[in-house]
Design a protein around this ligand. Structure first.
Ligand code: NDP
Length: 483
């Protein structure tokens, strides 16, 4: 019988109200494992334990807290090969990306280990004589973390690491599509020198345990990454309880390719940005806004490059694009291909389901040509190995097109002109701007987030994360005269 992977609640590993079977999207005959689903009484127990443990954790000495974060990060980096293999097996991204993600996740912990020691306050003189003012940040309390399947380890880590570093307790609900990575990370955290109940893993479906978590009055802050509709629902639940909120949602990122671009660079940047992670990235280059001066030459190289990309089993040597995460996602992707065609876009290559040696959710990378920015395929986030070329006549039109979206996570430009790059950096309405780089791919020590429907609330990552994971206290001190 397959071993059941349990929830981690109040310091104990517990079975739940049922279980799910996790299947490898590269090989449907490969069962990754059985995972328990938490019930509502377990959720209550987790939150109660977290509240009690939080004060104890916040009172730990700085170096003791730092050592915990350092140990988690170091172990993840050391085990990147093993945990990356597990991640790729359950999510479907090529092994190099899986390993890279786990290593990067470890870096979030080691980075925030250092941030534990870097928490400085401010002081000020009062307008009242004899009074001093001390301004410092305190932990926000118990944080609910809800993470998606596309970066199951990294996204969770860039939330969990700062939550702990700034003295909070955590209740984590990972995506049910990728519970193995969540369980593996929890197993590392559970072995550390932390108070019982400080860190809790509650696995289960979003509509059930996720919804109960975000509605719970015992939660002080919610950090969520996922889709816009779910984010909107979470916002409504949070407002009811005045719970602090941070949402990272979808996007429709554009990469502008200018007539003075290095075309080989532009194609490499576009292919990496569009098809890395099988296109299932909130930072994916979904719209390629190309100047008419280089359009034909760029498109020829792009299509050739996309056709040459190897689609296959995530763990197979040489695979560049793994399967999509699920049958539902594959069906939605294929429906988008049909939708694009019905809107008048030309599918230059790919966009088709394909078979490999093992049964899985394989799809070739698709490039749409002749699209307009008004087509639905260019308005909605597809989360698929699909990208669309939009031809423009000038830089101004390119910039306008890039900004003409209700999202605004990342935006990129490929150009040899410093002046253009600088103008773009200043005027692109996005949280992150990339010059001569793919729209996907960010660092861990600087802020990450977007505008419009892409993000809501304080930025994630870097020292800026303290805005979300702490609450400011202003103290007025009249010390009086010495006795
Ligand atoms: P969802 O927004 O449905 O899921 C994200 C997380 O939220 C998961 O852990 C999910 O749990 C949970 N969740 C779902 N419903 C609720 C709820 N009512 N209350 C609390 N938590 C909930 O995204 P999907 O994973 O289903 O992907 C759908 C689309 O979302 C993608 O196609 C893409 O467009 C977008 N997306 C964007 C991401 C980004 O990085 N910006 C990441 C992932 C998705 P569970 O999965 O277990 O149901």
């Amino acid at each position: 019988m397959t071993q059941l992977n349990k929830n981690y609640i109040a310091g104990d590993w517990l079975a739940g109200q049922g279980e799910i079977t996790n299947i490898n999207p590269s090989d449907l005959s490969d069962v990754v494992g059985q995972f328990a689903q938490a019930d509502s009484s377990q959720l209550d127990k987790a939150i109660e334990a977290a509240q009690a443990a939080q004060a104890e954790w916040a009172a730990y000495g700085l170096e003791r807290k730092q050592a915990v974060l350092m140990a988690i990060g170091t172990e993840m980096m050391e085990r990147a090969e093993e945990l990356g293999t597990l991640l790729s097996r359950e999510e479907g991204k090529p092994l190099a990306e899986g390993k890279g993600e786990v290593y990067r996740a470890g870096q979030f912990f080691t980075y925030y280990a250092a941030e534990v020691l870097r928490q400085l306050g401010q002081n000020a003189q009062s307008v009242r004589p004899g009074v001093d003012i001390d301004i410092r940040r305190e932990p926000v309390g118990t944080v609910a973390i809800i993470s998606p399947w596309n970066f199951p380890t990294a996204t969770a880590s860039w939330k969990i690491a700062p939550a702990l570093a700034y003295g909070n307790a955590v209740v984590w609900k990972p995506a049910n599509a990728t519970p193995a990575s969540a369980h593996a990370l929890t197993e590392i955290i559970a072995r550390q020198d932390i108070p019982k109940g400080l860190f809790n893993l509650v696995m289960g479906s979003g509509g059930d345990i996720g919804q109960k978590l975000v509605e719970h009055k015992g939660i002080n802050a919610i950090s969520f990454t996922g889709s816009v509709p779910v984010g909107r629902g979470i916002a409504q639940a949070a407002v009811g309880n005045f719970t602090k909120l941070q949402l990272e949602m979808g996007s429709k990122n554009a990469l502008a390719v200018m007539d003075n671009a290095d075309l080989d660079l532009a194609v490499a940047v576009a292919l990496g940005g569009a098809f890395g992670g099988t296109g299932q990235k909130c930072t994916a280059s979904a719209r390629l806004v190309v100047h008419e001066g280089v359009h034909d030459a760029f498109v020829e190289k792009l299509v050739k490059g996309a056709e040459a990309m190897k689609v296959g089993h995530a763990l197979e040597e040489g695979t560049q694009i793994g399967p999509v995460v699920s049958e539902q996602q594959l069906n939605e992707n294929l429906a988008w291909v049909a939708k694009g065609r019905s809107e008048g876009a030309e599918l230059a290559c790919g966009g088709a389901q394909v078979e490999r040696a093992t049964k899985g959710f394989y799809m070739t990378p698709g490039v749409f040509l002749g699209t307009t920015n008004q087509m639905e395929i260019n308005r909605e986030e597809l989360f698929a190995p699909l990208t669309a070329v939009i031809k423009v006549g000038s830089y101004d039109e390119a910039l306008h097109t890039v900004n003409d979206t209700r999202f605004g996570l990342t935006a990129g430009i490929v150009t040899r002109s410093l002046a253009r790059a600088n103008h773009f950096r200043t005027n692109a309405r996005a949280g992150c701007v990339m010059v001569n780089l793919p729209t996907a791919g960010t660092d861990y020590h600087v802020p990450f987030g977007g505008r419009g429907e892409s993000s809501y609330g304080p930025r994630e990552q870097g020292a800026t994360a303290s805005e979300f994971y702490t609450i400011v206290k202003t103290s007025y001190i009249a010390a009086g005269e010495p006795e």
